[in-house]
Design a protein around this ligand. Sequence first.
Ligand code: HAM
Length: 426
Amino acid sequence: MSDRIQAVRGMNDVLPQETPAWQFLEDNARRVLESYGYEQIRFPLLERTALFSGAIGESTDVVSKEMYTFEDRNGESLSLRPEGTAGCVRALLQHGMLQGQTHRLWYQGPMFRHERPQKGRLRQFHQIGAEAFGLDGPDVDAELILLGERLWRRLGLTGISLEINTLGTPESRARYRDALVEFFSSRRGELDEDSRRRLESNPLRILDSKNPDMRALIDHAPRIDEHLDAESADHFGRFKELLDAAGVGYRVNPRLVRGLDYYTRTVFEWLTDKLGAQSAICAGGRYDGLVASQGGPDTPGVGFAMGLERIIELLRLEQGGFDSTPHAYLLLLGETAQVAGTALAEKLRDALPALRLVMNAGGGSMKAQFRRADRSGAQYALILGEAEAQSGEVAVKPLRGEGEQQTVSSEALPAWLAERLELGAG
Ligand code: HAM
């Protein structure tokens, strides 16, 4: 075992028994996103490193410590994408799509961050993200929240809460930054090592400290709402009114600062109480300066991304029961049956697109084929021997629970299966 090549640490395989939950999540997310008019965009996993350092910020943990960066054969510095917003903006700019247009977009796929792997924190993880461009009002901020809430409802998730905050404009944020630097510098002795480092590089992130010993100090730090500009305060007020009117519960968390530098005004996180430390299942906010900072026209933007591994874990805890085992296994006994069986299997799949039917391959005795049928997890064995092939019939035997073997004509078989498996014909 030890000399066999293993997956890279923090990069997981998704095995067949796990994929139904992924598909359930992905299908529902796509449907909900489309129901709000969001269109899918796909962009590369690799980009120039400068895109990420410019968009996300040199001093963020993501850029300074976590990116998978390497030189390609031409000596160009490339990085695996640690998130999707930067690549999305790059793609829109490159294709001239931000000349005053609005866009509602979504994407999905793997992201890469060299973090310390633990439960709910991986080095290759997957996100579904949504981004809205060219819309500067709090109405679209609220739309993204309602979209998220609708998805949690559809997935049947409970115990999910919403935290919101505003970071103001870059100017008011800079004033707040100064106030924080002044405060924390005067209490330098009480800072832990991480926070002392952040005091130099990214003082807002001190507020995000997970160290319980820092809590009391952070509680006394200046609050962002004391430094907010009037327009951002108004934007935030109207955002909250829209959430109130829609009946969405939330908590204003003035310490919510986010780990990426591009945010302005609204920021938010959806949290669960069921996953321990990795409680954020979805997070995002407004980034009104990002497009311009990448050389594009002044274009507001707002979006979020959800961490699929964390939501899958919630689905596993709360729902279970995702199933991709076959409904039926077709046993073929003898050469005539082999030929007739292939045709029969195709007919069944034509008639019942939702049917999961495995046809025995590789021959074998009746006993061996029954054993395979049983192991497949199928609910029914469909048995086609020489006699049945002649008479246009199939023997059907339930493999789980009670029930006798019976004979059904191959004509009637689709309806027979549809009724028992609740598949619905056609
Ligand atoms: P983020 O907060 O860095 O934001 O990531 C969003 C979500 O991805 C997190 O809430 C979490 O669920 C998941 N996630 C992040 N890192 C990991 C990891 N190492 N392992 C597992 N899951 C993880 C962004 O990425 C922004 N681009 C979101 C956004 C879009 N803001 C505006 N538009």
